[in-house]
Ligand binder design. Structure first.
Ligand code: ADP
Ligand code: TRP
Length: 321
C-alpha cells in the first residue's frame, strides 16, 4: 500500500509526535511503500526564523533515522526540495471553496494561540492536500488532530476529479485509537508550538525537570485520585507494560500515593524507552553529510513521482501541453 506522512520542523520532535505519528510510520515501513517528508513549507507558516528552520529540518531527519527510518526502503525527503507540490497547490486552490478552509479548526486554534493569521496559515490545508494527492497516497498515518485535514484533502480531491476527470486517488487517514492525543506538561495537547513538550532526545537532566513540572491537581497524598483525569497517568500509559499500568491505576484509586512518585517512575520509563536510539542519534550528529545525502537521494525519487502527477493535473485543467 502507498503510505505518506509529513512532520513539520517547527521545533524539536516530542513524545506526542512519536506516539501519535512516528512510531506508526516506522512500523508501517515493513510491508508498504512509504513516503515520509519534512514539511518545511508548512513550518514556514509559523516559523519566520531562517536559521531555526534549517536546523530543525536536519534535527527531524536525524531523529527519524535514529528511530529506525530505513532510507533504502522508504522515500524520505525535505518537502521544499520538491517544489512541484506548490504548483499543484495552486491548481487545487482553484477548486477549493473558501468555506471549506474557514471551517478548519487548526487555523482557528493556532490564531487563538497567538500565531500570526497569515495567508499561508489559512491555506495550509490545501498545501497538505497537495502533499498527499501528488504522491497518489492511499493511507495517511497521523495523530488525531490531523483528521480534519485529511477530510479536507478528500473533499478537494473529489471536487477536482468531478470537474476534470479521475486524476487523484482518494486517501484515508490512519489514526492510532489508543494514543489519540498525548497531553503536554501543561495539560494541553503536547505541541512544538505550545512550549509544553518532552522531547524524544531530551537530555536526561532537563527531561527529569520537565516531568516534575507536569501539571496535576491538588489532591493530597492520602486521598484517592482519578487516574483518567491525570496527565502523568496518561503519559505512564504510553510507556509502561499493561501489568504496571494496572498497578498504578489501583494505587491512584486507593490513595496513599503522591504524584511525585508516579512522575519519578515516568522519567525512568521515558529514558529507558529511547536509550537504545541515543547512540545512533549521536553518530548521525557527527556525520551530517550522510544525513544530507539521504535527503538528496530521497528528493530525487520523490520528485520523479510528483512530476508525473503534476503533469496529469496540468493537462487535465488545460495548462500547457
Ligand atoms: P506539533 O503540534 O508539535 O507541531 P505536528 O503538527 O508537526 O506537531 O505533528 C506531526 C505529527 O505528530 C502529526 O501526525 C500529529 O498528528 C502528531 N502529533 C503532534 N502532536 C501530537 C500529540 N500531542 N498527540 C498525538 N499526536 C500528535
Ligand atoms: N499538518 C501536519 C501536521 O501538522 C504535517 C503535514 C504536512 C502532513 N503535510 C502532510 C501530515 C501530509 C500528513 C500528510 O502534523
Amino acid at each position: 500500500m502507498r503510505i505518506l506522512s509529513g512532520i513539520q520542523p517547527s521545533g524539536r520532535l516530542h513524545i506526542g509526535n512519536y506516539f501519535g505519528a512516528m512510531r506508526q510510520h516506522i512500523e508501517l515501513q515493513r510491508e508498504n511503500e512509504c513516503f515520509y517528508f519534512i514539511a518545511d513549507y508548512h513550518a514556514l507558516t509559523s516559523l519566520p526564523e531562517p536559521k531555526a528552520l534549517t536546523e530543525n529540518s536536519l534535527n527531524v531527519a536525524m531523529d527519524y533515522l535514529a528511530l529506525g527510518l530505513e532510507p533504502e526502503k522508504t522515500v524520505f525527503w525535505r518537502q521544499s526540495d520538491v517544489p512541484e507540490v506548490t504548483e499543484l497547490t495552486w491548481l487545487l486552490s482553484c477548486v477549493t471553496p473558501m468555506g471549506l478552509l474557514q471551517r478548519c479548526v487548526s487555523y482557528k486554534d493556532k490564531v487563538e494561540q497567538g500565531l500570526l493569521p497569515n495567508h499561508g496559515l489559512f491555506a495550509y490545508p490545501v498545501l497538505q492536500a497537495s502533499d498527499i494527492l501528488i504522491f497518489d497516497s492511499e493511507l495517511v498515518p497521523v495523530g488525531a488532530d490531523q483528521k480534519q485535514h485529511i477530510e479536507v484533502t478528500r473533499d478537494i480531491a473529489i471536487k477536482f476529479n468531478s470537474a476534470y476527470g479521475e486524476i487523484f486517488r482518494i486517501p484515508q487517514e490512519r489514526i492510532h485509537k489508543t494514543v489519540a492525543t498525548v497531553p503536554g506538561i501543561d495539560g494541553r495537547k503536547m505541541s512544538k508550538s505550545y512550549d509544553n513538550t518532552i522531547e524524544i532526545f531530551e537530555p536526561e537532566k532537563s527531561l527529569k525537570k520537565k516531568i516534575m513540572r507536569i501539571v496535576t491537581d491538588s489532591t493530597g497524598v492520602d486521598e484517592p485520585k482519578d487516574p483518567d483525569k491525570c496527565n502523568v497517568f496518561a503519559l505512564l500509559k504510553l510507556f509502561a507494560e499493561p501489568d504496571e499500568i494496572e498497578q498504578w491505576r489501583q494505587r491512584y484509586t486507593k490513595g496513599g500515593m503522591g504524584y511525585g512518585e508516579a512522575k519519578k517512575r515516568l522519567a525512568e520509563l521515558v529514558i529507558e524507552c529511547f536509550a537504545p536510539y541515543r547512540e545512533k542519534r549521536q553518530q548521525l550528529q557527527q556525520n551530517l553529510s550522510q544525513v544530507e545525502q539521504v535527503l538528496t537521494d530521497g528528493a530525487k525519487k520523490a520528485k520523479a513521482a510528483a512530476a508525473e502527477t503534476l503533469r496529469r493535473a496540468r493537462q487535465a485543467v488545460g495548462l500547457g501541453a
